[in-house]
Ligand binder design. Structure first.
Ligand code: URA
Length: 193
């Protein structure tokens, strides 16, 4: 049995050679993950944007930098988190990935979840919430709640949070503002790992 690091490296190579959906046609790079393989917490975002497509790393653009800033404030860094997206290639004009594209890519994300086996899976924004839990609750209602669900052979804990791109348009950190709630949710996640 190969170690987890090796299995992830092989999976990353598989993704680099994947042409299973039309998103592959326009990519500069596939965007597999950032972070460490024995992380207690795994973040799952929507899809790579321009900066991610250019660098091959998730959450490195403006929204990603904001997320990483808030995470660093509570000592969560690439050394103790793992981060990926529902799809590995950038959708044109940063549109939401379609269900078909997400389905074509889910085998890779599922394998990542199985290998990382995190204590908590954080669903970053509405697209990840819809993919893993439900389309019937808004992110505003779902954020900060723990959803326990059988997934990839185990009962797993999922916690949705606001997407940082939403916070880029919401500057206040006053009590009950989106940024305030976002910080509260991150602290809750930290307390659970
Ligand atoms: N937004 C996402 O959801 N994922 C990224 O990797 C970057 C921005």
């Amino acid at each position: 049995m190969q170690d987890i690091k090796k299995q992830l490296e092989n999976l990353k190579k598989e993704v680099q050679n994947c042409f299973d959906c039309p998103l592959s046609a326009n990519r500069t790079n596939t965007v597999f993950s950032d972070g460490c393989e024995n992380a207690p917490v795994m973040f799952i975002g929507e899809a790579p944007g321009k900066n991610e497509d250019e660098t091959g790393l998730p959450f490195v653009g403006r929204a990603g930098q904001l997320l990483r800033k808030y995470l660093a404030e509570i000592d969560l860094t690439e050394n103790n988190f793992y981060i990926a997206n529902t799809v590995k290639c950038r959708p044109p004009e940063n549109r939401k990935p379609t269900n078909k594209e997400k389905r074509a890519c889910e085998k890779y994300l599922n394998k990542q979840i199985e290998l990382i086996n995190p204590k908590i899976i954080v669903l970053v924004g509405a697209t990840a919430l819809e993919s893993f839990i439900t389309e019937k609750i808004t992110i505003t209602k779902a954020r900060g709640q723990i959803f326990e669900k059988e997934y990839m052979g185990k009962t797993r804990k999922f916690i949705p949070i606001f997407h940082p791109s939403y916070l880029l348009r919401q500057h206040s950190e006053e009590i009950n503002s989106p940024r305030y709630l976002f910080k509260q949710d991150l602290l809750k996640i930290k307390s659970l790992i």
